[in-house]
Design a binder for this molecule. Structure first.
Ligand code: SF4
Ligand code: MG
Length: 334
């Protein structure tokens, strides 16, 4: 499969010098064209930081301290997003890679009609487009996300939470980006609404051909809506595999714990067990495998030695990777 975004050895820290904490540690991850890649982990695991880091939207004191984010445009040569000028970066965001932020439905400007907010994105990025075409594109986007175009002139407060969320998704798609990053896009909505909106987004992806990085702490949603899942803990990716594989046969004890923390939407009911303890303090990360203080299966090597993400020695090992001493791996993988 062709890559669209390749994250290579990405490191992000908050603060500088001795008191800096590492929030993203040596992350390697590839998003392929047309796929939905799910990113799971408890809060504080580094998933939002990873998303903001790769689009260079980190708020201070967040800094990228190393790595590359190679983007493959539809036409032309690949380039490192981390090396873009500010101007090129502004064009890259929205037009190539758009983010729907956590709590985005509350970030619409309350004093502007939604039509204005949609066309403003076009005005900024496609200044030569006529007013008529902008308005036509805005209507089309609303229709795509399931909002009747006669709501064009509504103000955000006149729309339900679900509709505001759809407007945000429409706004993210209006410049036809190749990559859409959704950070906990629907957590403020009820479960039925969440699934409906995500289902529609997946349909749109099939029609429009973009790729999605979908971030949530709810692994059961990812199992249903993504092709592949990467699981983060303490700033690192600890397991990565096709969604069905994670669901059926997760290897990492943390992945298993996450699966046991949410009710499955389909298939046999699992017992909800949760994970004992709480996520690690980034400023005082446990030694070795940072999950070891909470891991029910921890054994001798876990506290002293960091397990490296690698391909496990299983028949389907080529398609997955894991960082756990229980699962001997081949050479480190990206
Ligand atoms: Fe548990 Fe050890 Fe595997 Fe970490 S490396 S998840 S502590 S068994
Ligand atoms: Mg977050």
């Amino acid at each position: 499969m062709e890559p669209v975004l390749e994250i290579r050895n990405l490191n992000v820290e908050y603060g500088l010098g001795e008191r800096a904490v590492r929030a993203v540690r040596d992350v390697n991850l590839t998003l392929h064209r047309g796929e939905v890649l799910g990113l799971a982990g408890e809060s504080g695991s580094g998933k939002s930081t990873l998303a903001y880091g790769l689009t260079r939207l980190l708020a201070p004191p967040g800094v990228i301290t190393g790595g590359e984010v190679i983007y493959h445009p539809e036409k032309g040569d690949a380039y490192d997003v981390l090396g873009l000028s500010d101007k090129a970066l502004r064009a890259f965001r929205w037009a190539e890679t758009a983010i729907v932020f956590q709590g985005a439905m509350n970030s619409l400007n309350p004093v502007h009609k939604i039509s204005t907010q949609l066309t403003d994105v076009l005005r900024a990025h496609e200044p030569r487009m006529s007013e008529h075409s902008r308005s036509a594109r805005a209507r089309e986007m609303l229709k795509l996300v399931g909002i009747s175009p006669d709501r064009m002139d509504a103000y955000p407060h006149q729309l339900s939470g679900g509709m505001r969320q759809r407007v945000m998704i429409g706004m993210a798609l209006i410049l036809q980006p190749q990559v859409v990053i959704m950070d906990e896009p629907t957590t403020a909505l009820d479960v039925v609404m969440q699934r409906q909106i995500l289902g529609q987004l997946i349909d749109l992806r099939e029609r429009l051909g973009f790729s999605v990085i979908f971030i949530t702490h709810d692994l059961s949603l990812l199992v249903e809506f993504s092709n592949r899942i990467a699981i983060m803990y303490g700033g690192r990716i600890v397991e990565q595999a096709p969604a069905a594989t994670i669901y059926r046969d997760a290897l990492h004890p943390y992945s298993k714990g996450l699966l046991g923390s949410f009710p499955a939407l389909r298939g046999p009911r699992r017992e909800l067990t949760g994970i004992p303890g709480s996520p690690p303090d980034l400023a005082a990360m446990p030694s070795g495998c940072s999950f070891h203080p909470r891991c029910p299966q921890a054994f001798e090597p876990c506290a002293p030695h960091i397990p490296v993400l690698g391909r496990p020695d299983t028949p389907d090992g080529a398609a997955r990777s894991v960082a756990c001493w229980l699962h001997p791996t081949e050479q480190p993988v990206g």
